[in-house]
Design a protein around this ligand. Structure first.
Ligand SMILES: Cc1cc2nc3c(=O)[nH]c(=O)nc-3n(C[C@H](O)[C@H](O)[C@H](O)COP(=O)(O)O)c2cc1C
Length: 314
């Protein structure tokens, strides 16, 4: 729908802006007298890499302006998908928004919340008078990246990220064409079938893992570490099928999420890690039951034997 009317209809303008899906943050600050401010904000965005700048905008009617104006720093807490209640809490004007809310002082005393996807702690770079909002630009002095699935806001509702099915969906006729290929010589070739089987089931697993707050590589690594906590790096790479450059990230993410403890050369899956493993195993059993429902236990045993044979010939 187009809108060529003048002046703009505020409701239609808001609705059109809502097409832009974005993350949700709580921006916080603390002034010299120790007063704290926190505002749920989806106006956050990146500005510059060098120097590292970010921005957000604050409604001029907000009771928190006084504090943001005086504070030397502010913190942008990027909310995780599990933090809708926190988002709603900081979107409501209240006497003391921080009462009963777990937080730690970051740079300049700006409150930082646990359980977020990440945070950016900034010194105030510039404040710009912009219509009915203040545009606040911050220079990032410190940041934390916890790689949690983010909370998303779209068309006035909370949402979650799901990976896009790669490329466009094949037309029905194309699907038939690819299914028809299974009746040609290719369909008899076990290597062709193995590759097709992995690519057919992969998107489903990516989605299921994200629902559990995990990346595919993290969950494979956790499953392997559960059986072989102190395996060497080369062994882990092979057993979890993770490229070298992703292994360190996946290991650090598991630690950050509290699923893995590492001291020196020793690693432990934590009790939170075991709880997550339980969820992963349930998901994997469910997926296996769905996909292989037509096969008898005997047929599945032959299938397992065939796959293990291929793996053993590495
Ligand atoms: C998802 C979401 C995004 C919001 N984004 C902003 C924003 O970018 N800037 C802003 O000033 N208010 C934003 N708000 C509204 C403020 O959070 C809210 O008006 C404010 O916290 C009210 O409390 P205050 O009077 O203490 O400022 C948003 C609210 C929600 C639910």
């Amino acid at each position: 729908m187009t809108n060529a009317q003048s002046p703009l209809d505020p409701r239609q303008f808001r609705r059109a802006l809502g097409n832009f899906a974005c993350g949700v943050t709580i921006v916080t600050a603390c002034d010299t007298t120790g007063r704290k401010a926190g505002v749920t904000a989806n106006s956050f965005n990146s500005v510059s890499l060098d120097p590292p700048l970010i921005l957000w905008s604050l409604d001029k009617r907000s009771s928190t302006w006084d504090i943001f104006q005086q504070a030397s720093h502010f913190a942008v807490n990027i909310l995780a998908s599990s933090q809708i209640e926190l988002s709603n809490h900081f979107a409501r004007p209240q006497e003391d928004k921080f009462d009963g809310i777990e937080h730690q002082p970051g740079l300049g005393g700006a409150p930082v919340f646990p359980g977020c996807a990440g945070n950016f702690q900034c010194s105030t770079f510039q404040r710009i008078d912009a219509g009915d909002h203040w545009l606040i630009i911050g220079q990032v002095e410190q940041f934390e990246d916890f790689s949690q699935p983010p909370l998303v806001y779209h068309q006035g509702s909370y949402a979650m990220v799901l990976p896009h099915p790669r490329g466009r969906k094949p037309e029905v006729t194309e699907q038939n064409d690819s299914a028809d290929l299974l009746h040609t010589r290719l369909g008899d070739n076990l290597f062709y079938l193995m590759i097709q089987a992995v690519s057919a089931s992969h998107p489903r697993f990516v989605q299921q893992h994200l629902k559990l707050g995990m990346r595919n590589s993290e969950s494979r690594l956790l499953l392997v570490l559960d059986s072989a906590p102190n395996a060497g790096i080369a062994e882990l790479q092979q057993a979890a099928a993770i490229p070298a450059r992703e292994l360190a990230d996946a290991m650090a993410n598991l630690q950050t999420k509290g699923y893995l403890d590492i001291k020196g050369n020793q690693r432990w899956v934590t009790s939170a890690g075991h709880a997550k493993l339980e969820e992963l195993w349930n998901m994997l059993h469910q997926a296996q039951d769905d996909i292989f429902a037509e096969l008898s236990e005997g047929e599945l045993e032959v299938f397992r034997k065939a796959l293990k044979l291929v793996v053993s010939k590495r």
